[in-house]
Design a protein around this ligand. Structure first.
Ligand code: ATR
Length: 273
C-alpha cells in the first residue's frame, strides 16, 4: 500500500492522519498515513529514510518546514516565496519536490467554504513571521485592493512588504499607525501572528472594521480565540478560524500526491463538532 506521513515535533496532536484517512476513504484510494516524531537534527536523515523505503509523500509541520525548504531539489512558487515547505514528494526523476499548500488552503476555505471574495478588498494581515510569509502570494493572486502587514516589529513587516511588492500593493505599518480614519477601514483582517497561541491580542483599535468586514484567525482552538472574540465585539460580519484552512491545505497535499481532489465539507463539519 502507498505510504504517506506527517513529520514534526511534537506530532501527537496532529489531525493530519485522521483527515487523510477520511480523504482516502472518500476517494477510494488505498493508502496508509502515519505520523512520525522526528528529533532535532534528524530531519534530513528521516526524510531520506522514508523515501528510500518506498514512501510516497510527506507533510511537514513545526519545526521542520524551513529545513524541508532547504532540503527540496525543486520548489513551487508558493513554497519558494514562503521560505517553507509543508508537502514533499518525489518526481519521476527521483528529485524531491517541495510545495507549500497553506496559503492555497486559506484561499480555498475563504472562497469555497465561505463564499467570500478577496478581490478589490482592503486587507490587514497581522504578524510578519512564517505564517504571514506562507499566505502572501496566494492572497495577492486574488487581487485585493491592498494588503497592509501590521507587526510589533515594524522592520519585519517592511521586509515582507518589500519581498512581495512585485505581486501586488503591499505595505507595512506598526499597530500605533492603525487609525480609525474612514479611509483606513479594513474589509478583511487576517490574524497570522502567533499572539492567539499565547491567548494574547495585539493592540487593535476597536473601530477599524468596514461595515461588512470579515475576520479570519489562522489559528483554531476548541474555545474561540481572543482575536475571534475581539472581532465579534468589534462588529465583524463574519468571523472564521483556521480549521477550514487546515483541512483545505491537507486536501491540496492529497491532490498533489494522488491527482484527485477530496471533498472537505463533511470533514470540516465533523471536526467542528
Ligand atoms: P509563525 O511561524 O507562527 O508565523 P513566527 O515566525 O515566530 O511564527 O512569527 C510570529 C509573529 O507573531 C511575529 O510577527 C510576531 O511579532 P514580532 O515579529 O514583533 O515578534 C507576532 N506576535 C507574536 N506574539 C505577539 C503578540 N503578543 N502581539 C503581537 N504580535 C505578536
Amino acid at each position: 500500500m502507498d505510504r504517506y506521513a506527517v513529520m514534526g515535533n511534537p506530532i501527537g496532536h496532529s489531525l493530519s492522519p485522521l483527515i487523510h484517512k477520511a480523504f482516502a476513504e472518500e476517494t477510494n484510494q488505498l493508502l496508509l498515513y502515519s505520523s512520525i516524531l522526528v528529533e532535532a537534527g534528524e530531519f534530513p536523515l528521516e526524510v531520506s529514510r522514508f523515501f528510500a523505503a518506498g514512501g510516497k509523500g510527506l507533510n511537514i509541520t513545526v519545526p521542520f518546514k524551513k529545513e524541508a525548504w532547504e532540503l527540496a531539489d525543486n520548489l513551487s512558487a508558493e513554497a519558494n516565496l514562503a521560505g517553507a515547505v509543508n508537502t514533499l514528494l518525489k518526481d519521476q526523476e527521483g528529485k524531491l519536490q517541495g510545495h507549500n499548500t497553506d496559503g492555497l488552503g486559506l484561499i480555498r476555505d475563504i472562497k469555497s467554504n465561505y463564499n467570500c471574495i478577496i478581490e478589490g478588498k482592503k486587507i490587514l494581515v497581522m504578524g510578519a513571521g512564517g505564517a504571514t510569509r506562507g499566505i502572501l502570494l496566494p492572497l495577492l493572486r486574488e487581487r485585493p485592493e491592498s494588503v497592509c502587514i501590521v507587526n510589533r516589529t515594524l522592520s519585519k513587516a517592511e521586509e515582507l512588504a518589500q519581498l512581495f511588492s512585485k505581486y501586488g500593493a503591499v505595505s507595512a505599518c506598526g499597530y500605533d499607525e492603525l487609525s480609525a480614519g474612514e479611509a483606513k477601514k479594513m474589509d478583511w483582517i487576517i490574524n497570522a501572528s502567533s499572539a492567539s497561541l499565547q491567548g494574547e491580542l495585539p493592540p487593535m483599535p476597536g473601530n477599524i472594521l468596514s461595515s461588512d468586514a470579515v475576520c479570519y484567525d489562522l489559528m483554531y482552538a476548541q474555545d474561540e480565540t481572543v482575536f475571534c472574540q475581539w472581532a465579534q465585539g468589534a462588529g465583524a460580519m463574519k468571523v472564521m478560524n483556521g480549521l477550514g484552512m487546515l483541512v483545505e491545505q491537507a486536501a491540496e497535499s492529497f491532490y498533489l500526491w494522488r491527482g484527485i481532489r477530496p471533498t472537505t465539507q463533511k470533514i470540516i463539519q465533523g471536526l467542528r463538532k
